[in-house]
Write a protein that binds this ligand. Structure first.
Ligand code: FAD
Length: 365
């Protein structure tokens, strides 16, 4: 069997590595011409995502290019720390933080070192059973097509032209990096600050610089095409005057500020046809609140490869994959949406973090 994978992001590269480990040939076709796109944001892979990488022996390079955290602190609008949670879960691999660009690069380099072909500058425009067609006029042929092409997946619309579009989460998210080491530090923890109007989180990088984000309740389309300085001003305005570290950290940040509106995909009714299937954000995208989108994409990738390894044909494998994945990912998207809107607290997340994939387990139909 030969798999053509569309998208060389998180799900695409890891699906290719997992398929290779399962003895299935795969090639990756990425729209962007160079590696490490979308460099703006940073992200965190939680215990379950690291577990999925470990299942295929790909956790080492990610650990080597990231930094860890031992827990999370919650701070109230008046500056009091009201909760502390440990990430030490009986020796499970803990969360790792890195820039998105670094994660993409790390996974792509690891995939290439395992002999996987990643073709860049290949933007999928259409597909039919057995053949993918790209914007530059070229094609790729395979027995199955895997859509790992993210939030605005083209493969999703090929599988089901009536699939619902991504939904606004009602949040703009602003990310920044400051190298000013005199701002309040949060070494080895994620400090989350619920202010009166918005939510702020930050963590210290081992070199003393700080990664931060702000989630600002905003309707879709209100802030479009803002410059770094404008995003910084918007974020600053949300926290200025409060007895919190947010404003000081934002003020110390230069042009390393990136912002945009965020979306989710609560449920994609059709995940597959006889020869096409979706993984990661293409199938289900969560709001950034739960910090789980990448981890879910990693879980999908490994489980899909197990199904294709163990089951006799693609349709049976796709059915098993959906049976194993749909309820979990849709629960996560719903829980992240509730977190975004502040209707639930970030508690009871063991069902997420303690999820374990045993690579050698045999999947049955
Ligand atoms: C602001 C923000 C913060 C986030 N923070 C976190 C976090 O802390 N932790 C976490 O777990 N998750 C986080 N997420 C979610 C996470 O980024 C996604 O869930 C994850 O990237 C999904 O991986 P993916 O491979 O499915 O999609 P992507 O990483 O988006 O990769 C899709 C790839 O497909 C390519 N592509 C798209 N269209 C085509 C096409 N037509 N042809 C060929 N290639 C194509 C793209 O260029 C891209 O490389 C965050 C998301 C956002 C927006």
């Amino acid at each position: 069997m030969k798999a053509v994978i569309i998208g060389g992001g998180i799900a695409g590269t890891v699906t290719a590595m997992a398929l290779r480990r399962a003895g299935i040939e795969a090639s990756v076709h990425e729209a962007y011409a160079s590696g490490g796109e979308d460099a703006g944001a940073f992200l965190t892979i939680m215990h379950n995502g690291m577990d999925a990488l470990r299942a295929i022996g790909a956790d080492g390079p990610v650990i080597g290019n990231s930094f860890g955290a031992v827990g999370l602190e919650l701070v109230t609008p008046d500056g009091r720390t009201v909760d502390r949670r440990s990430y030490d879960l009986d020796g499970l691999p803990g969360p790792r933080t890195m820039t998105r660009a670094s994660l993409y690069r790390t996974l792509q380099e690891e995939a290439i070192s395992r002999g996987i072909a990643i073709e860049r500058g290949k933007r999928l425009v259409s597909a039919s059973p057995g053949v993918a067609r790209f914007e530059d006029g070229s094609t790729a042929e395979g027995d199955i097509l895997i859509g790992a092409d993210g939030l605005r997946s083209v493969v999703r619309t090929i599988i089901d032209p009536d699939c619902p579009p991504p939904r606004s989460t009602g949040l703009d998210v602003v990310y920044g990096y400051t190298t000013d080491t005199s701002v309040p530090q949060a070494p080895s923890i994620y400090r989350m600050v619920q202010s009166l109007h918005a939510f702020f989180g930050y963590t210290s990088v081992p070199d003393g610089s700080t990664y931060w984000f702000a989630r600002l309740p905003t309707a879709e389309g209100v802030r479009v095409g803002l410059s770094a300085a404008e995003w910084r001003s918007v974020a600053l305005a949300a926290f200025d005057g409060e007895p919190l570290p947010a404003a000081e950290i934002i003020r110390s940040t230069g042009d390393d500020v990136f912002g945009g509106h965020s979306y989710d995909v609560p449920s994609t009714p059709v995940w597959s046809t006889a020869s096409m299937v979706l993984v990661g954000d293409a199938a289900h995208a969560a709001s950034p609140a739960a910090g789980q989108g990448a981890s879910m994409a990693l879980e999908d990738s490994v489980v899909l490869a197990q199904c294709l390894r163990d089951l006799p044909d693609a349709p049976t494998a796709f059915a098993a994959y959906e049976r194993l994945r749909r309820a979990r990912v849709e629960k996560l998207v719903a829980s992240s949406a509730a977190l975004s809107s502040g209707t639930v607290s970030d508690e009871g997340r063991n069902w997420l973090y303690r999820h374990h994939i045993e690579w050698d387990e045999t999947i049955t139909a």
